[in-house]
Design a protein around this ligand. Sequence first.
Ligand code: DGY
Length: 445
Amino acid sequence: MCILFSFLYFMIKQRAINILKKNWKDGFTVPSKNLYPYQWKWDSGFIAIGLAHFDITKAKKEISTLLDAQWENGFIPHIIFHNKSNTYFPGSDFHHSELHPKASKKYKSTGMTQPPVLGFVLKELYRIAKDKQDILEFIKNKINQVFINHEYFYNNRDPHNEGLIYIYHNWESGTDNSPIWDDIFATMDSPIFSFERRDTDLIDPSQRPSKREYDHYLHLIEIAKKYNYNDEKIIEFSPFLVQDPLFNSMLIKSNQSLIDLYTLIGNNQEKINQLKKWQENSIKTFNAKLYNEELKAYVHYDLRNDKQLAYISSSSFSPIFAGIPNQERAQSLVNTMLEKFGGENNYLCASFDPTHKKYNPVKYWRGPVWINLNWMLYNGLLQYGFDELANRIKKDSIDLVEKVGFYEYFDPRKEIYKEDSKGYGGNNFSWTAALIIDLLNEELK
Ligand code: DGY
């Protein structure tokens, strides 16, 4: 590699490290100062991958802190309110996780979860750590907590024993305001809430969800609270019950990582057998139920109204990360991605179908590029031998950060970038920094 590129990459990595150092809060990392001032579950997983490249002690601490907030029933919440902050709504006094009898007595949290990253994150830590014995010791101490978390999902979030987990809130998906949820919100008669939002004091409202969307978000939480976050009642009464391909892909990827790690540790045949059983059922149903032949993509399934939600988003390609499609279907997904998302004027990979009328390249999960999805797609595409496309996604991710900085999300349209362009959402965003460090790792070897 030319010396100029090496220097450039080295500088990007240093900037990323500085962001993670600044966002570290004595035991965990905030996703973004002020905008997200607590610990978020899937953020923490991605952040630990970046931390592992320069401070394995902090990477381990990030995961330990998150797991410390696990509930007695194996559930891991989406936000842990470790500290006080007046820059985020809705806080702990809205969520009231203590309504659930098995909630953590030590930490306040939300009563919803986020995608199950921890299995594959533990495996990534093993890959990255220099001292394999030390990291394996850490994994041995933590892995059963992750197993119990998967057990919670299969026992409580899979009412038909299909191997597909439902989410009951759009915030559980991670893709918070995707247009995919619009159809479900249209079935709901959410009240008009009166509340003070904090995000739109910090970020241009055109980049954030609307007031009406927040009404729906709060309404769904109120329903769950009414039943003390009881899963059986949520299954019965929540208008939002979705089998999400991104969430389930991450669970399946994490199942496989747990199998690999338990095999490495040894003496865990029973757990491995259970994971294999879940895995077989999950992959079979996933392929049968979530693939849309017409769109040539995986889609979400609305379990409440018993129908596919026929939209293509970056989540549609995430099964590639988990090895779910066979080679032929993976090729179809790649064709769909190239055809709809991959025009030469676009950075990959938009979070929602750029050819669809609901596409908005500026607004949160309704179109912009996200580095965590790119990281998953990059790694998945390599596994199937789509090296050229994988490298394009990696290059696009690095280019975007180099052009505008470590933002939360980015406009996919190449033509809008000028000298003084910015990214969208929070700046100095932790998982963008963390995953760029990981993506640059090969480049800097
Ligand atoms: C938010 O507040 O937008 C968060 O992403 C919820 O997880």
